[in-house]
Design a protein around this ligand. Structure first.
Ligand code: ADP
Ligand code: GLC
Length: 536
């Protein structure tokens, strides 16, 4: 199956400059007469952006989506934020993406034509046009592969019949474009199944080109999606030699080939987006039938946790919020955000209510059957629930049902809306992430940064980032449960409610603790840089 996501491109948004953001922070601090803080913030303006002194490396990122051009989920966030963070680690980064027709015109019109050529692709030598359009932003070069035949659909992912040829083409065209531009990176960093054939092409059809010196990394953002289709189709579209359709590389069953499997075999290094998920995917339960293959390649497998982009996610400067806040006024201002959110969504306006948010693709991965099973028991006179998401019909309909059943207390926003997401992160008290599996998860990170307490299942990146609240030591960042069980989810929500209503000062301390937690990309970008240095 292709990524089962509803695709929306983000609305126009004017990003504040770093200087403007810092000035705004200073103004907020000054208002609260925090002299020391003002000085600290102004020093930030004076300090030049620090670039790491480790040796320089060039990196080509290859993937199928990237904010703000096109995003369906966390992969889009990472493809935007990690290259920016790597620039500060002394990396020269080019991001290679498909030039989908759905990329907003405001970006399309700024792209500059870099060249074009014909490329052989299929087993019968059929060739295709490859255009290169370039856009430079924030120190990162974005090169878009242009081909109307493959990328003119309204959304990036449609169905495998179209997506298999599309991403065979994209993987090969990305390498061919690097060759054409004569840009030979030290590292080629590929993301998910859509770019998984890159390492395979590099070591076969490109082995006599200059690119062959590059080392490859394949990052798994979600193992559920692998690019599986019958062998004749993948053999035809990829044009890859027959000997690769064996069980150690591309063949996954008697009749099917698996693009992710081939990439995992050929990449110099495999990473995934949290240490726990790196362990989990080697087990049958989480391994999506590739667990044995991953155990075999475990020597080159690492987990590196994602971060969040503080330029986009910053409650002090977020232009989409009703009221900005810092650590110094969060408790008050979050109430204002809550009241305004309730007003906008038609909920009873009362900042004493416990507001639970859920921002998610509405698919099986996200544990929504658990939420469905217990939502009626969660609802009482003191609780409100705000859902934002699109996806499987069954979940969209059930959340609509709950909105009707609990008018004024439940609001189901069956849509993709960046602004609404920001406002829910700021206005809710808690955010629910009860996933069946979660490679990393960004929503719990954003929630914590906005002082919203996560309630999560202990799996993948959720386990690595949310330390369970301990009532004896008053430590921790959120509420957690382990087994995939609706009763345990209900219990976690009830524990959260109890703390909120009966020990508000402990709750408030957790809000501030979460806001202070370092969730930036800096540490993770350093780990990727170490990996690059180790490989080259
Ligand atoms: P996944 O990639 O599995 O969907 P993540 O937690 O890694 O999950 O990332 C989800 C990203 O998509 C976050 O940035 C989240 O805010 C955003 N998001 C998800 N659903 C919506 C929606 N309906 N509207 C706006 N943003 C959304
Ligand atoms: C995937 C995963 C999510 C992760 C994101 C970014 O979509 O489902 O857990 O945060 O990729 O790596």
């Amino acid at each position: 199956m292709a990524k089962e996501k509803d695709v929306k491109t983000p609305k126009k948004r004017k990003a504040p400059s770093k200087k403007a953001v810092v000035k705004q922070k200073a103004a907020i601090a000054e208002e609260s007469k925090e002299k020391e803080l003002v000085e600290e913030i102004l020093a930030e303006v004076a300090a030049p952006e620090e670039i790491s002194s480790t040796p320089r490396r060039s990196v080509a990122f290859i993937g199928s989506e990237c904010y703000p051009f096109v995003k369906t989920g966390g992969l889009g966030d990472v493809m935007h934020a990690l290259p920016k963070a790597l620039v500060k680690q002394n990396c020269d980064v080019k991001v290679i993406l498909p030039r989908y027709k759905c990329i907003p015109w405001e970006y399309q019109e700024k792209m500059i034509y870099r060249g074009a050529f014909e490329m052989d692709l299929c087993a019968d030598g059929r060739s295709f046009y490859v255009g290169i359009m370039e856009y430079v932003w924030d120190g990162v070069v974005y090169d878009f592969i242009d081909n109307e035949e493959f990328f003119s659909n309204g959304s990036p992912y449609t169905n495998l019949v179209d997506d298999i040829p599309k991403y065979c083409y994209f993987a090969k065209a990305a390498l061919a474009a690097l060759n054409y531009m004569d840009w030979i990176p030290d590292i080629i960093h590929c993301h998910d199944w859509q770019a998984a054939l890159v390492p395979v092409y590099l070591r076969t059809q490109f082995e006599h080109t200059k690119l062959t010196t590059a080392k490859t990394i394949l990052t798994i953002h979600n193992l559920r999606f692998q690019g599986i289709y019958n062998i004749p189709t993948i053999r035809y579209w990829s044009g890859l030699p027959d000997h690769l359709f064996c069980k150690d590389v591309l063949k996954t069953s008697h009749q099917d080939a698996n693009m992710m499997k081939g990439g995992l075999a050929y990449a110099n290094m495999i990473t995934t987006v949290s240490p726990t998920y790196a362990g989990e995917i080697q087990s049958a339960y989480y391994g999506e039938t590739l667990d044995a293959h991953l155990r075999y390649h475990s020597g080159k497998l690492r987990g590196i946790i994602n971060g969040i982009d503080y330029d986009i996610w910053d409650p002090a400067a977020d232009g989409r919020l009703y009221a900005n806040y810092t650590l110094h006024n969060a408790l008050e201002q979050k109430k204002e955000n809550k009241r305004r959110l309730q007003e906008e969504l038609g909920l009873t306006q009362d900042d004493g209510k416990f507001v639970i948010g859920l921002i998610s693709r509405l698919t099986d991965q996200k544990g929504l059957d658990l939420v469905n099973a217990i939502l009626s028991q969660v609802m009482d006179d003191h609780t409100q629930v705000v859902v934002l998401g699109t996806g499987d019909r069954v979940y969209e309909d059930s959340f609509r049902y709950y909105e009707n059943a609990f008018r004024g207390s439940v609001c189901s926003n069956i849509m993709y809306d960046e602004t609404r997401a920001h406002r829910i992160y700021a206005g809710a008290d808690a955010l629910l992430v009860p996933s069946r599996f979660e490679p990393c998860g960004l929503t719990q990170l954003i929630a914590m940064h906005y002082g919203t307490i996560p309630i999560v299942r202990e799996t993948g990146g959720l386990k690595d980032t949310v330390e369970p609240y301990n009532m004896f030591t008053n430590a921790g960042n959120g509420f957690t449960f382990d087994r995939y069980d609706a009763g345990l989810l209900l219990d976690a929500i009830n524990r959260a409610k109890t703390l909120y209503f009966e020990a508000r000062s402990c709750w408030d301390e957790m809000v501030l603790r979460d806001m202070e937690k370092d969730l930036s990309w800096e540490n993770s970008a350093k780990q990727y840089k170490d990996l690059y240095l180790g490989l080259t």
